[in-house]
Design a protein around this ligand. Structure first.
Ligand code: FNR
Length: 204
């Protein structure tokens, strides 16, 4: 029997009618049975400042605990102004600090997103890859997943009416599950988050 993995997922949009929230539901529907999903909420986080580092508020502590309790992290996000939405970047900043306690270190990650436009969040994903590299978080490199959202292809509960889209999402989640398994197989337990890259900028 396949081992079960806990996946914490971020939805990068705070909008009530978010197409990326719909995409997250579709991804969960099409994921292998051995992945268990828990959303890591971002909407109640204050704007991060290192003034909080000495005493994180409950929202910041809960976020870090949720990341650390996850075997893998999945980001499902829109692209805002050709980059990462502010709310999601703020959550990542919270998870990365205080210095020396970066919760993302060595966590296998996947990045996927939808937009109504043709490039399907490609530029946001490129920005995310730079951020996650700096945070020492391994990323699923292939397949890439740039979803052009067509409302007729998705129901509000993540039902997918178009078979080629359903098949792609299934394939993406199977590859993500295999990637999580591979990364965890080489990352010794107990070492997650115990070291930051030896980069002097991190300590500034
Ligand atoms: C957008 N949108 C957008 N789309 C895109 O493909 N590239 C972009 O750079 C942007 N920039 C952008 C900025 C801001 C502030 C907003 C509000 C929107 C359009 C965006 O893809 C669309 O609104 C999606 O519906 C956003 O995803 P959610 O929030 O519905 O999940």
């Amino acid at each position: 029997m396949a081992k079960t993995y806990k996946i914490g997922y971020f939805v990068g949009s705070l909008a009530k009618g978010s197409i990326n929230r719909t995409l997250s539901k579709a991804l969960i529907r099409h994921a292998p049975d051995n992945l268990e999903f828990t959303e890591i909420p971002i909407k109640d986080l204050p704007i991060y400042s290192w003034d909080y580092d000495e005493d994180f508020p409950a929202e910041g502590r809960a976020l870090k605990q949720a990341i650390e309790a996850s075997d893998g992290i999945l980001f499902v996000s829109p692209e805002y102004n050709r980059s990462i939405p502010g709310g999601l970047k703020n959550a990542i900043d919270w998870g990365s600090r205080p210095w020396g306690a970066n919760s993302f270190a060595r966590k296998p990650t996947g990045i996927i997103g939808a937009s109504p436009g043709g490039i399907g969040t490609a530029v946001m994903q490129s920005s995310m890859r730079a951020v996650l590299s700096f945070l020492d978080a391994p990323q699923l490199n292939a397949p890439e997943a740039y979803i052009t959202f067509r409302p007729d292809a998705f129901g509000s509960d993540g039902e997918v009416t178009d078979e080629s889209t359903a098949s792609f999402l299934r394939h993406y989640m199977e590859e993500y599950a295999a990637f999580v398994e591979r990364v965890l197989a080489v990352n010794a337990p107990g070492h997650i988050g115990d070291s930051d890259p030896d980069v002097s900028m991190l300590s500034s």
